[in-house]
Design a protein around this ligand. Sequence first.
Ligand SMILES: [Mg+2]
Length: 264
Amino acid sequence: MNRQAAKKLQEFFSAFPGASTSLLMLDYDGTLAGFRVDRFKARPWAQVRDLLDRIQSQKKTRIAVVTGRPAGEIPLMLALDPAPEVWGLHGAERLYPNGRREMEVQTPAVRQALQNLRKRLKRDSLGGLFEDKPNAAVMHWRGRSPEQAREIKRRTQELFEPLAKLSGLRLLEFEAGLELRAGRDKGGAVREIIRESDAGAPVTYLGDDLTDEAAFKAVNEAKAPHLSVLMRRAPRKTAADVWLKPPEELRTFLRMWLEAWDGK
Ligand SMILES: [Mg+2]
């Protein structure tokens, strides 16, 4: 960990003795687990599950996973007991630890536009991998050659961009794909979680992808002590306060979290 990151972490954790609870928000893929082309094989990195389990046992931290996946996939992948709170589909869906699920409502025009697009992409997926979500159509090109990826991206943009002009639909670009979607983004989810939490609770968000930038910005606006963390093998231009490299520095971060409460 570089010295500047270490200093920022130290500053952040020094706020814990003055607080009674804390808020730990995490992306899943690329942040807690490595990428797999078959996403159901993306299990958390070694020790990560155990560290989260211990943080949960301290009963000082509200843990929320904020992911692009359907929320229901995360409790199975993470296998925490009790199940964590999960905001799925980049925030459009909310799954409570008790299994209750809430979904943002779509207008009829948005629903119809997505329906037509799904039909079109099920017939011909433009050479990419089409993922059908309740609030979105997603095209992935992870694992394709650079030339193939460029071509899939071009054709996807051609199809998605006119639809993104429709009220209620937006484009969401991520590292190896493009999503046309309705509803809250990760920034909206993070703002909502912070709003529901204790006013002075230290708050953090860990994420790797372009879609996490909205969440970093939402954390940076928090009045409570806060830290936004880009968790990624390579750095990039980001709104996050610090850059950490998974999985080693993720484990370090979670251990510091545990100690910040244990030492109290
Ligand atoms: Mg991710």
